[in-house]
Design a protein around this ligand. Sequence first.
Ligand code: FPP
Ligand code: MG
Ligand code: MG
Length: 444
Amino acid sequence: VTPRAILKDPISLVSHEMSQLATNIGSLIGSGHPTLNRIGAYYFESQGKKIRPLLVLLLSRALSEIPLEQRDRLKKIDDLDIPEQPVYPGTKSLSAIFNDPTGPITPLKILHGISPNIMLDPLTKPHESLPEFDHNRGILPKQRRLAEIVEMIHTASLLHDDVIDNSDSRRNRPSGNIAFNNKMSVLAGDFLLGRASVSISRLRNPEVIELTSTSIANLVEGEFMQLKNTILQPDEDLIEDNTKRIPKPTGAVPTEPHEYSVRLPDSNGKIHTITHEQNVDAAFEYYTHKTYLKTASLISKSCRSAAILSGARDNVIENCYQFGRNLGLCFQLVDDILDYTQTSEQLGKPGLADLNLGLATAPILFAWKENPALGELIQRKFKQDGDVETAIMEVHKHDGLGKTKELAVKYRDLALQNLREALPESDSRSALEFLTNAVVTRTK
Ligand code: FPP
Ligand code: MG
Ligand code: MG
């Protein structure tokens, strides 16, 4: 790859690894049931941004530029071959999954053992001992596997997310819940997580296992925080499912809209009145924490894991983690802007989804700061006629999108700073800087 080509497309540095990604993931997600194979592979068939594996691979490459004497030898570079992954019985190329020549499984086939899909999972081979140290450079097998794991976890969360959000499209195709159905999408997501967990454990690195597993739990926590906005609804008065909204019999803690203050119970049940400013600050804090859990945690913990696997020293590991955290927060802020500005066609998934789902993201929080009356709309999740339209108008009137962009740029700059502190100058580091900048300027 020539320097000019890198400048034009920095991603070309890892294009070989990226082209292997789908194939490798394909080998990890074969199952005993052809339909599960189809749903499990469904989102990998279409072109996602693949930003998470791209980051892991570029970061791993950049970390390999750190001279060995500057790495922590006591920790050893954790690069060596991963114990061989079992070849799952349903494993086929992704396109073959869609044209399974044996067709759907039938009792007759099971009886006659015709379908290879009904074999049991092969037993895991015992783990071979790994040499202490290795002088290989470049992306390590475990880091490559980490990139695959991260994309599998992300894809599992998308299958679940599209059920929760009742979406109809993803990556310019019908979303999993539409192409199949809710139940199958949920199960396929669970299946991907199960297989990702097998691969995580086979990395044989306790710290990385802990980080990656925590990021799965964080995704769920973040999604839950989004579902239950406890700052504005201290006593949630609605039970939701995809289609109905059922009032809960117990009453909500009343707010006093004319004072634009909110009454919140503390842990002893004592009610406190808080000011509009405090309320907005609390909502931003809640939103940021939710965003960390929902988006930045997976990115930051996988960046941290890539650094750990490279044998990097603590300050490098910490900067890689902070890089992922800042970039993840930036990424989601931009996502929340694009939800307002782009059409469903441009996004390949529903646009203006957040307001319609009742979600108050940064743009409307900035508008609410200027116009306290918006608190009522936020609280009732934009459910009254005209609420969504009013919210959009107010976002534009108070430059909610511009202010959100400004915040995204702040996180981008912090991320760029982390890169410079963690990594020596290299073409991979430049590619990471390019990618970091592209997160802000992207249009989908
Ligand atoms: C997309 O958000 C969704 C996420 C970033 C995470 C969703 C997490 C879960 C559904 C919890 C379950 C997790 C696992 C690992 C099974 P979005 O709806 O704002 O974005 P979108 O516009 O792309 O749909
Ligand atoms: Mg969604
Ligand atoms: Mg969602």
